[in-house]
Design a protein around this ligand. Sequence first.
Ligand code: BGC
Length: 759
Amino acid sequence: MRKLQTITLALLMLLASSAISAQDAKMNAFIDQLMKKMTLEEKLGQLNLPSSNDFVTGAAASTDIAKKIIAGKVGGLFNIKSYAKIKEVQKLAVEQSRLKIPLMFGMDVIHGYETVFPIPLGLSCSWDMALIERSARIAANEASADGINWTFSPMVDISRDPRWGRVSEGNGEDPFLGSQIAKAMVKGYQGTDLSKNNTLLSCVKHYALYGASEAGRDYNTTDMSRVRMYNEYLPPYKAAVDAGVGSVMASFNEIDGVPATANKWLLTDLLKKQWGFKGLVVSDYTGVSEMIAHGIGDYQTVSAKALMAGLDMDMVSEGLLNTTAQSLKEGKVNMERINAACRKILEAKYKLGLFEDPYRYLDENRAKTEVFTAANRKEARSTAAQSFVLLKNQNKVLPLKKNGTLALIGPLADNKENMGGTWSVAANLSKATSLLTGLKEVVGDQVKIMYARGSNLDADAAFEERAGMFGKSLKRDNRPEEVILNEALEVAKQADVIVAALGESAEMTGESSSRTNLDIPAVQKKLLNALLKTGKPVVLVLFTGRPLTLTWEDQRVPAILNVWFGGSEAPYAIADVLFGDVNPSGKLSTTFPQNVGQIPLFYNHKNTGRPLSGPWFQKFQSNYLDVTNEPLYPFGYGLSYSNFQYSELKLSAASLKGNQTLTATVTVTNNSNVEGKEVVQLYIRDLVGSVTRPVKELKGFQKISLKAGESMDVSFALTPEDLKFYNYDLKYDWEPGEFQIMIGTNSRDVKTAKVNWTK
Ligand code: BGC
């Protein structure tokens, strides 16, 4: 019987694989035919991805880009929004160009389209893969309804440096969590059939190591050992590739002295050969021409190097379009690479179904009915609430009661444009809601809500302007600082509770928004201090796109709810959590340091030869004179209105051999009278290795829901697969020996047991 099943299975697999190759054969035959007709110039045209910034509807045929499209010199376009505009441009390609090859339309659909979900760093704190996948699915549905078929997402750059503004766009510091999220996002965008009109081609970025830019300064150099790269930074990109991501974006930074965009080891040897990536590789914005400034050659040289390294498509620089024919004549590139790159672009279009119907993603009815819908907004609201992290809740200040008077104070309290956060390029800011409006809509007839601004975002007007780009100004109040503050104190006096909406503006993180000071701006801290002095309970609703240094706040403010930037529905979600309709369950995906000097600070660090054990300070141990090694809030940390208790950890065996499975179990009890969700986290430590191993590594997590008083056994199964790492020779394997197994509510507070695992 078993034999019969095996044979049937093998037969089915054979059939499936031959079905795939039949599909591929059909695609290849189609592209072969098409490429036979293409001139060199037309092939290079496919490699060209300009931004459509200058495209104006109605003037289509006369713009520079339009002329290029008609001449077959454009493969795709990005930064163009709306069904109507995209249709007009697609018409140029399929009605006026010689070979009628349709265009791809890309966009940074990063965390939602018009319905905006939390910034990725926030979303990652949900630790809920189904929820994350759904958010990508909804984003894909809305974007594709409006004509887009390619998204430059997910961004999976591991980062341990909150000075870097782009931490907001990623999933934090952990390769395991980051890999799970990478997979979920790719699945959400691409679905199971890319040719469906509601899917997007996904693009994992920024390959690779962009999050390790020196000093947290954007676009800066990166440099690290291969062992660290393979074990800690590369896994999320690889996870996206394994999940079938259709495209990869090369990063701006250099790796081993060669910019990623022209790094053959990275783009060809590792990505295409070792990992077997079959899709297209696109540069980042002007990534090709920037290599002139990097210092590896002139325009023609850097373009030739990029192409020969494995880059298939050139975003904005037009170097591949303009210089490759000359490089071909000079023998600096070859026809084989040009053909291979062109084929990748055509394959993507084929898979998207664009050759069958170039207007597949251009259905006017969908554009009108499937964007910013009530159902999508409802999902975004509950998703936002799952992303919030309760950092402190002394004396159960939260949840608030639905009565009395509430003073909502702060520069982020009545500004709708900032709620969505950075990289919400498709958002319609006129449809956004402010926190003040959201609170009033949710509880306004039960709670009297008063408002005052209290302070500007920052005392420095020029800084505030830099932090308010893309229509997200906080509309500065030019009255004297004391006047604005006193007005707020008058309002605060009349309230039972004060909610202070403070922190960063949306554009204080994101691209080119690095900071060296990670405090809440001083003028807001002054306001917070004055509010605390009123003696009324104060809840800090913290807006931020990165871990901030909150030591001062943690010592003084009774309740801190970190709401990141929760998207278009954030104000409602904040009300839901503040008033207890939703119990917060987010857990940090990145460490919050005590101060900037500790950076980089991350939970999965190495032990060193002189670890600090016992109390701080110890001379000649690895520590600081002025501050402990501890973070303020560790990775995995987040409170709830419930109170979860963990039993001791039980292991199914104390010693194991070979491919056996270890089961690790804890009993988690909700010791409170409110139902809540908890993310139970499993860490391991490989105590002895041929290369040194981190003191903790996340290897599993489960998000569970427990009713008041309820207990649950939570078990994790571990096999040698979970013990594997890249050794000195970059071989991926596990090594026998002793392992610590740890389960807990965050990376610091864990129950521990030991096993011995032999080969
Ligand atoms: C960013 C990318 C983005 C691209 C296109 C670049 O500046 O680094 O993340 O996808 O622009 O907008």
